[in-house]
Design a protein around this ligand. Structure first.
Ligand code: F3S
Length: 398
């Protein structure tokens, strides 16, 4: 891979050990991708924040590396494992202490105090056509599929390297020639997905991504849904497989593998993911906002809770960022006023929150949340947000 004279100097260590380490990562990734050179990035988004995921080895690395490493482009970071700014009493003190040290390491490196998996909501939204380096699969897939950005699905380490160097290898999804569909899922027009339920949109995206390793998926039949549904679909694609982007198409692109999803297939998947019967709130908890809610979704939830009039269970967790809370203060206050728990920097699908609470079942409106919760053995069920809100606010269960 070609490196400029300045990049060669950085790689050699002349400009500091942290920058040299970043270049070593970028060169290794670039060689894997067959990239010809490095290109500047407008921003970076980092994963590797939740203590439940990275543990003590990640914490030790970040504390050591952050002594000298500094980011050189606007850099947002993924959620923590618990809300550090208003910690609920069920979070163990030990966990909070270690999570705070991880937060402080990222802030020391110059990252913004964002702690969100939807960095494109207010904090990190370069213009379409920009090249970025984003970890967090839901955000990367959304960036390529909805925002017109160019990014590979970075790991926490490669995105951190790009944040420090301000560059990324020009390969993979950064090249237009790699952004054509390699797989198509044709959805039977009779399938109820066309009815507009976000659950079905997610199930279609999840099914497609679980069937292919193509970088780009074409969905044939469904129309592009509103942005909140695109966020959920991007998260489902990121959870189910390695694809980096999905597009909508009226007919299968020529020359690509085509599969068909029948109404029966979709019904089967829906039953498998939703579980039986009505929501049973006793001993359960619910998570909304995976990926983190923006202003639009937060206002919809506040409205569904009667703008504070409903009595909600504190086990109804609504996830968003501090920036969105500040931008939508009355919606945030309404949700809190109802008794629900507003989390402003925490990802509960990837934390042991169900263990902290002794919850026997978890309801979520996000296929990604259900995927990861089930992966670690939890009884998790995909339900429409309206159904979850009705069940957890009607009951006032604790
Ligand atoms: Fe975000 Fe956690 Fe879901 S990082 S996309 S809330 S699993």
């Amino acid at each position: 891979m070609y490196l400029s004279a300045e990049e060669e100097r950085a790689l050699s260590g002349e400009m500091g050990g942290a920058l040299a380490a970043a270049y070593r990562v970028l060169v290794a990734v670039g060689e894997l991708l067959g990239a010809g050179r490095l290109i500047p990035v407008a921003s970076a988004h980092l994963s590797g924040v939740n203590y439940a995921n990275i543990g003590d080895p990640g914490l030790d690395f970040l504390e050591g590396f952050s002594a000298s490493a500094r980011v050189s482009v606007p850099t947002t970071v993924n959620p923590c494992g618990a809300d550090l700014y208003d910690p609920p009493s069920h979070v163990p003190r030990e966990f909070l202490g270690r999570q705070r040290r991880i937060r402080d390491a990222y802030l020391r490196m110059g990252c913004s105090e964002s702690f969100t998996c939807a960095p494109y909501e207010l904090e990190n939204s370069p213009p379409p056509g920009s090249h970025v380096s984003w970890a967090e699969s839901s955000a990367a897939v959304f960036a390529n599929s909805e925002l017109g950005l160019y990014t590979n699905r970075e790991s926490g380490v490669s995105a951190l390297a790009a944040a420090i160097a301000g560059r990324t290898p020009e390969g993979g999804m950064h090249l237009d020639e790699n952004r054509a569909p390699g797989y198509a899922l044709e959805v039977d027009p009779a399938a109820p997905a066309i009815s507009g339920s976000y659950l079905d949109h997610q199930l279609i995206a999840y099914y497609a991504a679980s069937r292919t390793s193509a970088d780009v998926i074409a969905l044939v039949g469904p129309r592009r849904p509103p942005r909140p549904a695109m966020k959920l679909m991007a998260a489902a694609v990121g959870a189910a497989g390695p694809s980096s982007m999905f597009v909508f198409s009226d007919s299968p692109p020529p020359g690509v593998e085509v599969e068909r999803l029948t109404p029966e297939d979709l019904g089967r998947l829906r039953r498998e993911m939703s579980g039986p019967g009505p929501i049973d709130v006793r001993g359960s908890m619910a998570i909304l906002g995976c990926p983190f809610y923006g202003r639009e979704e937060l206002s919809l939830v506040a409205g569904a809770l009667g703008n504070g009039a409903a009595r909600s269970s504190p086990r109804l967790f609504v996830q968003t960022s501090r920036a969105i809370e500040s931008a939508a203060p009355s919606a945030a206050a309404s949700i809190r006023g109802s008794g629900a728990t507003l989390l402003r920097c925490a990802c509960y699908p990837l934390s042991p929150a169900d263990e902290w609470l002794g919850a026997s079942a978890i309801y979520a409106d996000s296929m990604k949340a259900v995927h990861y919760l089930r992966k670690r053995g939890a009884n998790a069920y995909l339900r429409d947000s309206r159904e979850i809100l009705a069940a957890f606010s009607r009951s006032g269960a604790t």
